[in-house]
Design a protein around this ligand. Structure first.
Ligand SMILES: Nc1ncnc2c1ncn2[C@@H]1O[C@H](COP(=O)(O)OP(=O)(O)OP(=O)(O)O)[C@@H](O)[C@H]1O
Length: 260
């Protein structure tokens, strides 16, 4: 499904948009103690792309990801997931949307310890009352190299294997977007590289859309595009990043802000 309708105003090379933030604001607290975590963010995340969000500590990365994923409420502006405006939904609809249309991968894996790898992977289908698409399940399990680990519990798996189970769980419902918050933060560099290449494979070969927050320029270089945040605003972006170009971009931010 690469050929889009000829009626859009997008340049031919741009992918369709999976998620869009429009003039997004988030303020924590009020009055003298108010923290303006996001101050007018306009961003589009392309479908079938891996996008990394980077920036200094406190620049608003997690806040942005939580708003994009419908995990927290904006103070102003809009978030659109496909044709749905998240910011207009009530809690019940938001919960359903998160369950059915969004996948999550966390730094700490968040697997259920008493469930096997297989049970963890299929849990989102169970929660959504949906049957497991066996062909897709098998594709994920094969691609992620988990076929001989399915009966193991998380404690019997390495960190990298646990994160691969978490990725399979995030993808099992074929969500429109997978949000990954520091997915390699708890892994050594080898397991981290493994997880990142699987995330990239899920994008390149399985057509998924991934938005990932990371502090690591090497991790960000797996992305198609890096968005740089500083002081709650978009401060730049890098297309087809390399670890070097990401480092240069981050250094430039620190130079400008002087308070990285
Ligand atoms: N629940 C909260 N209450 C008050 N302030 C908050 C809350 N969550 C975040 N903040 C503040 O909002 C700003 C942005 O925080 P956020 O966690 O989004 O940054 P970040 O870029 O993800 O940081 P890090 O890289 O350190 O995880 C920070 O100044 C932070 O202290």
């Amino acid at each position: 499904m690469t050929a889009g309708p000829a009626t859009t105003t997008r340049p031919a090379s741009a992918p369709p948009t999976a998620v869009r933030a429009v003039d997004l604001h988030k303020t924590y607290g009020s009055g003298a103690v108010a923290v303006h975590a996001l101050r007018g963010v306009d961003l589009s995340f392309g479908a079938g792309r891996l996008t990394a969000i980077m920036g200094p500590s406190g620049s608003g990365k997690s806040t942005l990801m939580h708003l994009l994923a419908g995990l927290d409420e904006a103070t102003g502006g809009e978030v659109h997931l496909g044709g749905t405006e998240l910011t207009a939904l009530d809690d019940t609809r938001l919960t359903l949307l998160r369950r059915e249309r969004v996948g999550f991968v966390f730094q700490s894996f968040n697997l259920l310890p008493m469930y096997t790898a297989e049970q963890n992977i299929t849990l989102p289908c169970e929660l959504a009352g949906a049957t497991v698409d066996r062909a897709w399940h098998d594709t994920l399990v094969d691609t992620l190299g988990l076929a001989d680990r399915l009966t193991h519990r998380p404690a019997e798996l390495s960190g990298g294997q646990q994160q691969r189970v978490a990725i399979a769980r995030a993808l099992i419902t074929r969500p429109e977007v997978v949000f990954a918050d520091e997915p390699t933060g708890n892994l050594d560099s080898r397991a981290g590289a493994e997880v990142l290449s699987f995330l990239r494979t899920s994008v390149r070969e399985l057509g998924q859309t991934v938005v990932m927050v990371t502090h690591d320029p090497t991790a960000a270089a797996y992305a198609d595009r890096v968005v740089l945040l500083a002081d709650g605003q978009v401060a730049g972006e890098i297309t087809d990043p390399t670890p070097e170009s990401v480092l240069t971009g981050l250094d430039a931010l620190r130079g400008e802000g002087g308070r990285g």
